[in-house]
Design a protein around this ligand. Structure first.
Ligand code: ATP
Ligand code: MG
Ligand code: FE
Length: 332
């Protein structure tokens, strides 16, 4: 089966094509317009999706060397995400499917981040634990089957990606700051500065306190030395990254022990982080885990993960009707 998949939940317009479980195209149009605003501006994001969607579809068809008549189903991200952004992808998917008389497949974006692990080998075996760390979510998920997943821990406030992006904003770095913190951290000392670890029960997380602690720390240091950020940027980034990674892995370790699971995956944009990937690999050796780390292009938002989710739903003939609507918040 040939599945065309559309992702438009935030600020990436992406279209992928999956041919019998193999990804043959994954075109991603990033939006640079938000850089100067310190975050995604929903109205602008929606407008840019409208401009990008047709050329991105056309490029995907070219890359996959297929024509419209070869497609068997259209998969799309229904949610969660920005409503105006989702609306562009969902409306396009519906029109496309209607025009070509194709079945429609609705995909949950957070399921798809996890199912990105089924694009390339080695694929994890069920059950496994997945730490999904993205711009809007931080979740420890017990994955029992492709669409049988349970959130066993999550952030009570900011997501891990938000902690990176908000710290970057404090450091006057452009949006999204996560990748930039990662770059600077490579040249810094992770133990230069220490930030308090949140005391949260069970397998849940909290990152808003860390952001505030960093803000107060920077402001205090700047009183003594106005050039504190510029002179210590690498060390600050390395220390912040170290704190976030430490918090993330502590709860993941707890979850692995509680559920007695040694197959551990990470997913979402923050799983591209070098510090997290390295620390996880170390934990794997220490605790005998089999770890699964996605290829870089499948960490941040992409339609390949929507296509692979669509592939498994297509096998089950799990289709939706033309009355489907986007959902900014969506039950997991
Ligand atoms: P969600 O999936 O929760 O709806 P989203 O789709 O916006 O949110 P993703 O695209 O999965 O999120 O991830 C984007 C986030 O990943 C941003 O917060 C970005 O800063 C962060 N990120 C990307 N690369 C890195 C990196 N190398 N280090 C740290 N953070 C990173
Ligand atoms: Mg994005
Ligand atoms: Fe995402």
């Amino acid at each position: 089966s040939v599945i065309l998949a559309i992702e438009s939940s935030c600020d990436e317009t992406s279209v992928a094509i999956c041919n019998n479980g193999k990804i043959t195209a994954n075109v991603i149009a990033n939006q640079t317009i938000h850089q100067n605003y310190g975050g995604v501006i929903p109205e602008l994001a929606s407008r840019v999706h409208q401009q990008n969607i047709v050329p991105v579809i056309q490029q995907a068809l070219i890359d996959a060397k297929v024509s419209k008549k070869d497609i068997n189903a259209v998969a799309f991200t229904r949610g969660p995400g920005l409503l105006g952004s989702l609306l562009v992808g969902v409306s396009f998917a519906k029109s496309f499917a209607l025009a070509l008389n194709l079945p429609l497949i609705s995909v949950n974006h957070m399921h798809a981040h996890i199912l990105a692990h089924f694009i390339d080998d080695p694929k994890p075996t069920f059950p496994f634990l997945c730490l999904t760390v993205s711009g809007g979510h931080t979740q420890i998920v017990l994955v029992k089957d492709y669409f049988d997943m349970e959130i066993v821990g999550q952030s009570l406030d900011d997501a891990a990606g938000e902690a990176f992006d908000k710290t970057a904003k404090i450091l006057n770095l452009p949006y999204p700051g996560g990748p930039l913190i990662d770059q600077h951290a490579k040249h810094g000392n992770p133990l230069a500065f220490k930030f308090p670890e949140p005391q949260i029960k069970n397998l849940d997380y909290s990152f808003s306190g860390l952001k505030t602690a960093i803000l107060y720390f920077i402001r205090a240091q700047e009183k003594e030395n106005p050039d504190f950020i510029a002179e210590n940027l690498d060390d600050i980034c390395a220390s912040v990254q170290h704190s976030i990674v430490h918090i993330l892995l502590n709860k993941l370790k707890k979850a692995a022990a509680l559920y007695q699971i040694k197959d551990i995956a990470i997913a979402g944009g923050v799983s591209a982080n070098t510090g997290l990937r390295t620390a996880l690999a170390e934990k794997a050796t220490e605790l005998n885990w089999n770890v699964y780390i996605p290829a870089f292009e499948y960490c941040t938002d992409n339609a390949a993960m929507i296509a692979i989710a669509g592939h498994y739903k297509y096998i089950n003939k799990e289709f939706v009707g033309q009355d489907i609507a986007p959902a900014s918040r969506m039950e997991f």
